[in-house]
Design a protein around this ligand. Structure first.
Ligand SMILES: O=C(O)/C=C/c1cccc(O)c1O
Ligand SMILES: [Fe+2]
Length: 312
């Protein structure tokens, strides 16, 4: 029944583009805080709300939310590859409970996850198989996006289910905050990009390397001030983290996809994972934020935030 939360930005650029030494030290210290929080809480179960970046979910079938009954990490950007340790029966029960609460959610018996789901697990636990994990995909990259109120309801439905379990559950929200990495958008993609967005599963090593190199190059240019991607928005990020800390998650309903993209970039939609995770925690009880970190880090193309919270 105890439930705690870690929400954190992710960036596949962590090991590829080096920020100033003080920024790196601050990020490492934040990771250490989160690691200690997770170790102290010692979860028996992790529920991971994470987006995907056209590695596991494509436009041939793009659900707003999906529970993985089994899941494998693809190993993009050098992240750990291989199967997650998913408690299949519990994942099935979770999905049924969510549906029973009139919230639609897809399921996958062969989910593939990328750095979005894997990076927090590696940072918190050192290995993606260290703890049993139920992965919950929350679309934060591919339009159309579920309204925030539905993200909230989905998170709350999962939280209500978690409250019935005899487990110590850590909910993770991975992604955001303001950022606009060069992930193609369907509306502006050329033919080859559209083919990838439609069904780009299992690219060749060369294709994956080329895609990643483009993003790494964009990060270097962004840090140098020569990239054309949208700026980070620290004010927007701090306001969003204030909202999460307040417990008034219904305030997130005012965040429309159009305004989010305009103010915080095309990948700010990933904060849906935070809204889901905080809503799950709120459904269990009132919560207190223990730790909060934020830095805008162009080298990582990320408004980089991290929060931990516990019930009470
Ligand atoms: O999938 C990619 O190629 C890039 C993803 C990315 C880049 C920068 C920050 C992030 O949070 C990302 O997910
Ligand atoms: Fe991302």
């Amino acid at each position: 029944m105890p439930v705690a939360l870690v929400c954190m930005s992710h960036s596949p650029l962590l090991d590829f583009v080096e920020p100033a030494a003080d920024v790196r030290a601050a990020v490492d210290a934040a990771f250490q805080q989160a690691r200690a929080f997770a170790a102290d809480f010692d979860p028996t179960l992790v529920v991971s709300f994470a987006p995907d970046h056209y590695n596991g979910f494509f436009y041939d079938l793009m659900p707003p939310f999906c529970v993985g009954y089994e899941a494998t990490a693809v190993g993009d950007y050098g992240s750990q590859a291989g199967p997650l340790r998913v408690p299949g029966e519990l994942a099935e029960s979770l999905a049924q409970h969510v549906l029973n609460q009139d919230v639609d959610i897809a399921i996958s018996r062969r989910m593939e996850v990328d750095h979005g789901a894997v990076q927090p697990l590696e940072i918190l636990f050192g290995d993606i198989t260290a703890r049993p994990v139920v992965p919950v995909f929350v679309n934060g990259v591919a339009r159309p996006f579920a309204p925030m109120r539905r993200v909230r309801r989905m998170g709350a439905a999962i939280g209500k289910y978690l409250a019935t379990l005899d487990e110590r559950v850590l909910v993770i929200g991975s992604g955001g905050l303001s950022h606009d990495p060069p992930v193609p958008q369907w509306a502006t993609a050329h033919d080859a990009q559209r083919a990838m967005l439609l069904n780009g599963r299992h690219p060749t090593d060369e294709a994956r390397a080329a895609r990643q190199q483009r993003v790494i190059e964009a990060a270097r240019q962004f840090a140098a001030g020569t990239a054309t991607i949208r700026d980070l928005n620290p004010d927007w990020d701090q306001r969003f983290m204030d909202l999460c800390a307040s417990g008034d998650l219904a305030a997130a309903d005012a965040l429309t996809p159009e305004a989010m993209a305009e103010e915080a970039g095309n990948s700010a939609h990933e904060v849906r994972t935070w809204v889901a995770a905080f809503s799950a925690l709120r459904a269990v009880g009132t919560y207190t934020v223990d730790y909060r970190f934020y830095r805008p880090i162009p080298e990582f193309i990320a408004g980089f935030g991290l929060m931990t919270a516990h019930i009470g």
